[in-house]
Design a protein around this ligand. Structure first.
Ligand SMILES: Nc1nc2c([nH]c(=O)n2[C@H]2C[C@H](O)[C@@H](COP(=O)(O)OP(=O)(O)OP(=O)(O)O)O2)c(=O)[nH]1
Length: 150
């Protein structure tokens, strides 16, 4: 944890406790060079990876399986930890600790009612607004690995 983060104080509540980053887990699912992204009804214009916040006591992979089932009715196949990323949560705009898994799926994702949209992107679309963690961290990583075109 950086010194800056360690000394961050929850001023809104007047408390003295350092504020923990928001924990989020998400899956990078790439098929034929395209990345699966979703947007939620809460913010239909912002796209990011399927996933969400773990429930209390839930392990990251458990949370990922639950979120993928709830959002898309799919199960991650051969999930592999890809990276842990510090970024800013696209909706809450607070520091976020994102645990990223890479996974395959073997059935068609079916967006649940909480989702506004779902797209398979190349990463070069001009009309798709992506969360900072996707643009700044995930896409460069996937391009470097050759999973997506430069
Ligand atoms: N799932 C996911 N969330 C991301 C990514 N990038 C990013 O900034 N976020 C942010 C968006 C939100 O601020 C937060 C996750 O919120 P969420 O709405 O998906 O979480 P959730 O499904 O658990 O929803 P809820 O309990 O708040 O209803 O993390 C990403 O790639 N995937």
């Amino acid at each position: 944890m950086s010194q800056e983060r360690a000394t961050q104080v929850d001023r809104a509540s007047g408390g003295e406790e350092p504020q923990e980053p928001l924990a989020v887990v998400a899956a990078a699912i790439v098929q034929h060079g395209r990345l699966l992204v979703v947007s939620k009804q809460a913010a239909p214009e912002v796209f990011y990876l399927p996933g969400g916040k773990p429930d209390p006591g839930e392990e990251p992979l458990q949370a990922l399986c639950r979120e993928l089932d709830e959002e898309l009715g799919v199960e991650p196949r051969e999930p592999r930890l890809l990276a842990r990323v510090e970024s800013v949560a696209a909706l809450e705009k607070v520091p976020m600790h994102l645990t990223l898994f890479e996974a395959r799926i073997d059935r068609l994702p079916r967006p649940a009612a909480e989702l506004a949209d779902m797209q398979w992107i190349s990463g070069h679309e001009r009309d798709v607004r992506l969360a900072p963690a996707v643009t700044d961290h995930l896409l460069p990583m996937l391009r470097q690995r050759g999973s997506m075109a430069l």
